[in-house]
Design a binder for this molecule. Structure first.
Ligand SMILES: O=C1O[C@H](COP(=O)(O)O)[C@@H](O)[C@H](O)[C@H]1O
Length: 319
């Protein structure tokens, strides 16, 4: 298993980004408005949220930016997610010669399995991909708890993404050290033009975050009620008392998540039905939000990818 541990960016990578047409002008890059994406899978029901209903409970919805895609089955969901991801990959590869993708751990890796099959395995321009983790457990990369290992085994080992463009944690460091190191790595990638920065906030803007959610509504390693939910300066921080094992992790902060251009929030099956009900149901109050409800995109598009089972506790009127 090989990847770049996030400790430095080589000149050859900087050169390669230049070669691929990515701007290295000094100062942060600004974001260009997105043309509308072709809507995913016709077999699924896409529902634009009612602002008045959800904006109170879910700030991501406040400006009508949240979409819901409810697939009949988990298999349909995986098909829709692959199509959506491949379309964004094409768009960013064409527009700026790089596609920055953030993965979570957990079930999400199973949900992206269609990307490693035809037609995407052959048609996606994998050489343009740059892969990051929204959170990582502070364990060795070959440890069963490693999010990198999960992604490598289920996804990365099956597609030709250059190893130098896979930004994994430096697993020889402490949690504090690994968070600092990962943040320094992101800052260097801004310098080399691989990553953009959202001009309005100064936080890095990833093209696509593919995220899962835990049964308690946590995303990344941002858990309900934890002080890290309030972190608003760091890009990457660490946690040593994660309520879900293992306890030591690093995680992107909310301002980084909020700066994303696109987020796919992927939830399938029965395990998260209560969190989905709370996050998407209409009878919620704005107090005591789940972490997933605290996402507040600055200038991006947030799409729920669910199957019918995951939304089975929602009433018809809540769609
Ligand atoms: O611990 C974690 O949990 C969440 C959710 O995982 P799931 O197994 O319930 O899908 C995951 O998104 C995160 O990356 C991971 O570190």
């Amino acid at each position: 298993m090989e990847s770049r541990a996030c400790s430095y960016i080589s000149e050859s990578l900087a050169y390669s980004m230049l070669h691929h047409g990515v701007s290295r002008d000094s100062g942060p890059l600004t974001f260009h408005p997105k043309p509308p994406l072709q809507r995913p899978d016709a077999s699924a029901t896409l529902v634009r949220s009612r602002r008045s209903m959800a904006s109170e409970a879910n700030p991501a919805d406040a400006e009508g930016k949240q979409r819901r895609l409810v697939s009949e089955t988990e298999e349909d969901l995986a098909v829709a997610l692959a199509k959506y991801t491949a379309e964004l990959s094409d768009k960013y590869a064409r527009e700026r010669g790089a596609f920055t993708v953030v993965l979570s751990g957990g079930y999400l890796i199973h949900s992206i399995r269609k990307l490693v099959e035809s037609p995407y395995k052959e048609s996606v321009d994998w050489a343009k991909w740059h892969v990051f983790w929204v959170d990582e457990r502070v364990v060795k990369k070959d440890h069963v708890d490693s999010n990198y290992k999960l992604a490598y085994d289920g996804f990365l080992s099956k597609v030709p993404i250059p190893r130098s463009q896979v930004y994994s944690i430096n697993d020889s460091l402490s949690a504090e050290g690994a968070a600092d190191d990962y943040e320094a790595c992101l800052k260097q990638l801004v310098e080399t033009g691989v990553l953009e920065v959202l001009a309005s906030t100064g936080f890095p803007r990833f093209d696509l975050m593919l995220l899962g959610m835990g049964p308690d509504g946590h995303i990344a390693s941002l858990f309900p009620g934890h002080p890290l939910l309030k972190e608003n300066k760091r890009w990457v921080t660490y946690i040593k008392d994660s309520p879900k094992p293992p306890p030591q992790r690093i995680t992107f902060t909310f301002p980084v998540i909020d700066a994303s251009a696109y987020i796919a929030m992927v939830v399938a099956g029965s395990g998260e039905v209560d969190a989905v009900k709370k996050a998407l149901g209409c009878k919620d109050s704005s107090s005591d939000l789940l972490p997933v409800q605290m996402v507040s995109l600055e200038d991006g598009e947030f799409t729920w990818f669910t199957d019918k089972e995951a939304v089975s506790k929602l009433q018809n009127k809540e769609f």
